[in-house]
Design a protein around this ligand. Structure first.
Ligand SMILES: Cc1cc2nc3c(=O)[nH]c(=O)nc-3n(C[C@H](O)[C@H](O)[C@H](O)COP(=O)(O)OP(=O)(O)OC[C@H]3O[C@@H](n4cnc5c(N)ncnc54)[C@H](O)[C@@H]3O)c2cc1C
Length: 425
């Protein structure tokens, strides 16, 4: 009897209300775990998470695998493990369409067929994708860094260039083969280029190559990198990059890209056999077709309780949502820390609604921000205190630990801490 009452993707279980969460990234996973722990049988609510990928891709950890030893599984958290003991049904599919007027969404591949799923409350947490601007040659020749597949691709490119360089006798040609460029000097670009700077010389020595042949550059259109940080922290970041042998190319936008060269608007040309574009992201492009209000950048407009404006039964959280900070009226940046906090608050609001109370406003607070520059150095701030070097990287890794603990408890935290420490070596 009990097994026939178990919900499937399209058949509701025995409960009378269903909360559907679309997207199992930082926001969706946090929300499903918190709701799964909070709701009781008597609440009569079923929780369904719809996510095509059986693993959560922990994007903020990508730098640790993109350049390090080939262990891409490090930044993936297996959903069946996370939800093993929780009353959460995971539906490994994608949301195709949302029909707010009917309180229904459809699931299935882009080209169909599609099946309906009804909801009592819906939480949209479908994240963002890498945005590559229409610069000639950029999309063809530069990789992006927004998924484990992207990180794997960079690993393969590094391997390929090492193999090729090992067979080249001419020094100039070898240096060209070993020239890497990261386009974008924001946090993502600096994390990737910092990891390249720290890890590649070691990997080259292991392969019998001379690190003196390595060229690593970061290209940023503005006059400096890490523009969101205070000037003193930017200075520390620049010094660290210089120490790692990373050349900073600032003050000019990329005008066009060829297979092994980047042309800047000011006339400079940069050699690069491997290019990674870390210059932007945009909200899940499908979300704007789901009959909800979106801001000009395509993020869904939400009210102070994280509900899509005009839709009392739909919440949107994380990168796909445009939450305006009531203090300064600015839309929150696309950061895991906000995705997680919005999700926690939304889980609590849904529990309130389940038990007959009304949702409360979300109050965002930024307590700090840390950027790694290689696996063992960071810059950033917490509670107005500036940190650089080891304390900053410890703080950054602590945020990972807190996340692992919140979704997977002590077992997951211990497992991944061991993996992370082995990568630092
Ligand atoms: C390289 C990199 C480094 C970063 N470093 C940091 C950092 O150090 N600190 C920080 O705070 N932030 C960092 N960020 C930003 C952070 O990763 C994002 O803000 C965060 O992932 C947003 O969480 P989310 O749950 O909204 O989206 P995501 O984590 O992107 O999850 C979205 C999920 O939705 C799923 N999905 C998409 N479409 C559908 C659909 N139609 N149906 C069902 N599921 C769907 C996707 O498969 C995905 O699993 C970094 C980002 C990158 C790319």
């Amino acid at each position: 009897m009990e097994s026939s009452a178990k919900p499937t993707c399209t058949t509701p279980g025995a409960k009378s209300r269903r909360v559907v969460i679309a997207g199992g990234g930082y926001a969706g996973t946090t929300l499903a775990v918190r709701l799964g722990k909070a709701l009781r049988d008597a609440d009569d609510v079923e929780i369904m998470l719809i996510e095509p990928n059986p693993c959560q891709q922990a994007l903020s950890e990508l730098d640790l695998v993109a350049v390090g030893p080939p262990r891409p599984e490090f930044c993936e958290l297996w959903l069946p493990t996370l939800f093993k003991d929780l009353p959460v049904t995971v539906c490994y599919n994608r949301v195709h369409e949302v029909k707010p007027a009917e309180h229904v969404l459809t699931i299935g591949p882009r080209s169909g067929p599609h099946e309906p799923v009804s909801y009592w409350r819906l939480v949209l947490a479908t994240g963002a994708i890498a945005f590559v601007p229409p610069v000639p040659g950029l999309a063809e020749h530069a990789g992006t860094m927004w998924s484990v597949a992207d990180a794997q691709e960079l690993q393969q490119r590094i391997e390929k260039q090492f193999r090729s360089a090992a067979t080249i006798a001419d020094r100039e040609a070898r240096v060209r083969a070993l020239s890497f460029a990261v386009i974008g000097g924001g946090a993502t670009g600096i994390e990737i280029v910092g990891t390249l700077g720290q890890m590649l010389p070691k990997r080259m020595r292991e392969a019998g190559l001379d690190p003196a042949d390595l060229r690593i550059r970061v290209i940023e259109g503005r006059p400096d990198v890490l523009y969101d940080l205070e000037p003193s922290l930017r200075l520390r970041a620049r010094k660290r990059l210089e120490h790692l042998g990373v050349e900073l190319v600032t003050g000019s936008m990329v005008a066009s890209v060829e297979e092994s060269a980047i042309h800047l608007a000011d006339g400079r040309t940069i050699d690069a056999s491997v290019m990674v574009f870390c210059g932007g992201a945009k909200a899940d492009p499908d979300a704007i077709s789901w009959s909800m209000e979106a801001d000009p950048s395509g993020r869904l407009v939400v009210d102070e309780t994280c509900r899509a404006v005009g839709h009392e039964d739909i919440y949107a959280v994380g990168d796909v949502a445009a939450f305006r900070d009531p203090k300064d009226k600015r839309t929150l940046p696309m950061l895991a820390q906000f995705a997680i906090r919005e999700a926690e608050h939304t889980a609590d609001n849904i529990v309130r609604e389940v038990r007959g109370a009304t949702p409360t406003p979300f109050v965002p607070n930024m307590h700090g921000e840390f950027v790694s520059i290689g696996p063992s150095y960071g810059v950033g701030w917490a509670f107005k205190v500036h940190l650089a070097g080891l304390p900053a990287i410890v703080m950054k890794r602590l945020t990972y630990l807190m996340y692992w603990f919140s979704v997977g408890g002590i077992k997951l935290t211990w497992k991944r801490t061991r993996e992370m420490l082995s990568m630092q070596r």
